[in-house]
Ligand binder design. Structure first.
Ligand code: WTA
Length: 648
């Protein structure tokens, strides 16, 4: 097996804007090098210093790290509480500052100051205690993007309960499977949420899941979000407002052990069964707090908006914990980006004076497709930094993001991380890192990524390989809930003792990392292993292409043939001539080895609700197979049906 061939080259470099660096927390390469050197000289002293400075310790830790691969324990013997960090720690200076600025899809708004958020969290924490929830119990959260979702997470953290948020777009079956795996005792939910002008039927799904059986579940608390009338509830459901009304607004934090589990979050693996990624309290808290400040350069005056749903890790680390620990104002939006009009996001940025905007490449590409007239209608001058997460961002989208949304003024942080890493590991630091479109650039101080070949040897600059993290870091996952064997197998068996990310990457001559996508999305075409993301990026760089997904199809001659699914920009006609032109375009951009063997046009691509293209489904379509795989993460099943129709 040869190594991953990485062929896309991108030579543009953008230095940090001068005015930005002057005011940034980390201003120069020197600042970065100093931190890196401090860690290299004495890792434990480095992490111990940071943990001591950043977190409030009810009881100090006596040992920084115990590393028995693949198991790490951090800040041993310490006691802390992340709800305290997010709330109580901000009451001195920010009690009357807006913590959450919520906007519902229908246009309703709600502001909660740090003091009010503190009181709400305490009420819910007391409510959970009244239901008999104690430290270590699992609490399911199945809510729309409303303040109660954040409140629920922090209420669990306050009493040491372990939250497991299930994305509101997941089906009853997916919910049931996750609740059973976690052994949840209480479920916090709502009657529904608003999306694209319609109701997401959360309570109906909960009832279906309950009917199918969740034996551990004793109580279901239902928030009224969409119903005009009082809810008609069935046993064991209780009304959220009735439940909290009688609870007091003070609840002392339960000081948990550093390693106490904070949450379980399910994520898909290579098999059908989702993995319950388990995160521990102190390490997760330290790293999300620090990275929020370093990467987003958070300041007191910032209005910060991350568009991720609380159902994904980004909604944990960078909607809830990280920014609130830093005491900023967090914007939270319930609904779809294009409801009621394609400029909803830009309208929100303008009205709330958002200064930091963090979203996903897939969103950026769909905005590109909708046309620049929508952002151009709005005053986006409050923005000072843009972020990207979730998949490799193709240079074309990066440049559009920079020019059309950032108006050329704002640095872009392309942040690489995973559910498993808990927080950002590779990213530009906006005051000091020259950026290259499509590269997540350099590891954050204390993080040790390496690109290795199949024998575990570092590959030379420019060559592709597998991305590993070679040393433990505080916010790493601790295990897979209930399946430690799978944890070891999935992450630590590729090279014993090293964390395998599942991603393919290369490093350039400046040491910058270019993540090319999941290794399972890497295909071997005629002896060359290619990152499908690179071929996609080339396709998307064509004037007429909105979005593209490339998968492998078994091929007698080449081993694997490349099949590209392409969505065209509005108004562009699909034709054979265009197919030929696109194939030529890819040849030109990357080389003949990357030229797709087949190009199919489609109206839309099947995606998870977090926006990731479901390539495994496309592989089946490409191969003419009937899909028997789990489809619970499809945003819109009709998209798959449509693809099949176009097929025939
Ligand atoms: C991909 C999301 C390139 C990668 C936080 C990773 C990225 C997976 C980037 C994790 C990025 C995330 N550049 N690829 N900046 N960020 N990825 O668990 O393949 O939903 O392994 O976590 O997304 O996805 P997850």
């Amino acid at each position: 097996m040869t190594d991953i061939t990485s062929v896309l080259s991108e030579n543009r470099v953008f230095p940090p804007p001068a005015g930005f660096s002057e005011r940034a927390h980390l201003k120069s390469r020197d600042d970065y090098d100093k931190l890196c050197a401090e860690e290299r000289a004495n890792p434990e002293a480095y992490w111990s210093r940071l943990a001591t400075e950043e977190l409030h310790w009810n009881q100090p830790f006596h040992q920084t790290l115990e590393w028995k691969p693949p198991h790490a324990r951090w800040f041993i013997g310490g006691r802390c509480n992340l709800s305290y960090e997010c709330l109580d720690a901000n009451l001195d200076q920010h009690a009357d500052k807006c913590a959450l600025r919520f906007e519902g899809e229908p246009g309703d708004t709600r502001n909660l100051t740090y003091r009010e958020l503190h009181a709400e969290v305490c009420r819910v924490a007391n409510g959970l205690k009244a239901l008999g929830v104690t430290a270590g119990d699992r609490v399911g959260i199945y809510l729309p993007m409303v303040p109660e979702a954040v409140i629920a997470m922090l209420a669990c953290a306050r009493i040491g309960a372990v939250h497991s948020v299930v994305f509101g777009g997941f089906s009853a079956q997916a919910l049931q499977e996750r609740m059973n795996d976690a052994g949840a005792r209480v479920l916090l939910t709502a009657d529904g949420g608003w999306r694209k002008g319609a109701v997401v039927p959360l309570l109906a799904n909960v009832r279906a899941a309950m009917a199918a059986g969740i034996p551990s579940l004793k109580d279901v608390v239902v928030l009224r979000r969409v119903s005009p009338q009082p809810l008609e509830l069935e046993k064991p459901e209780v009304d959220w407002h009735t439940w909290v009304k009688t609870q007091g607004p003070e609840c002392p934090p339960f000081w948990v052990d550093s390693e106490h589990p904070l949450f379980i979050l399910y994520t898909s693996g290579s098999t059908g069964k989702p993995k319950g990624v388990l995160h521990a309290t102190a390490g997760f808290g330290l790293w999300t707090k620090l990275t929020s400040r370093w990467v987003f350069d958070l300041r007191d005056t910032d209005v910060y908006w991350c568009t991720a749903d609380v159902g994904w890790v980004t909604g944990h680390s960078y909607v809830t914990y990280g920014p609130l620990m830093n005491g900023v104002t967090v914007v939270m939006y319930e609904g779809a980006p294009t409801t009621p009009a394609p400029d909803r996001f830009w309208d929100i940025i303008e009205r709330h004076h958002v200064s930091i905007f963090y979203t996903a490449p897939t969103a950026i590409r769909s905005f590109m497709r909708l046309g620049e007239e929508h952002p151009m209608k709005h005053d986006l001058s409050s923005l000072r930094l843009l972020g990207s997460v979730g998949e490799p961002i193709n240079p074309q989208a990066w440049i559009w993001y920079r020019d059309t949304i950032g108006r050329g003024r704002c640095p872009i942080v392309d942040t690489w991380w995973q559910t498993e890493t808990g927080g950002i590991l590779i990213s530009p630091l906006p005051g000091l890192t020259p950026t290259k479109p499509g590269s997540a650039t350099l590891p954050l101080p204390g993080i040790h990524p390496e690109v290795l070949d199949t024998h575990g040897k570092p590959v030379p600059p420019g060559a592709g390989g597998k991305l590993f993290i070679t040393k433990p870091w505080p916010s790493m996952l601790r295990t897979i809930w209930g399946d430690d064997e799978r944890f070891t197998q999935t992450y630590f068996s590729e090279q014993p003792g090293l964390y395998f990310t599942g991603d393919g990457a290369r490093r350039d001559n400046d040491g910058y990392f270019w993540v090319v996508g999941r290794v399972d999305d890497v295909v071997n075409v005629a002896g060359h292993r290619l990152g499908t993301a690179e071929v996609e990026s080339a396709l998307v760089s064509h004037l007429n292409v909105a979005e593209a997904a490339v998968v492998g199809r078994p091929d007698e001659l080449k081993g694997t043939a490349l099949v590209a699914f392409v969505t065209l920009k509005q108004g562009v006609n699909a034709s054979d001539a265009l197919k030929a032109e696109l194939a030529m375009h890819v040849s030109r951009e990357i080389g003949a080895i990357a030229r797709p063997d087949e190009i199919r046009f489609s109206q839309a691509l099947p995606k998870t609700r977090s926006g990731k293209i479901m390539r495994r489904l496309l592989r089946d379509v490409a191969d003419g197979k009937v899909t028997t795989q789990d489809t619970t993460t499809l945003e819109d099943l009709s998209v798959l049906a449509a693809l099949r129709q176009e097929d025939e």
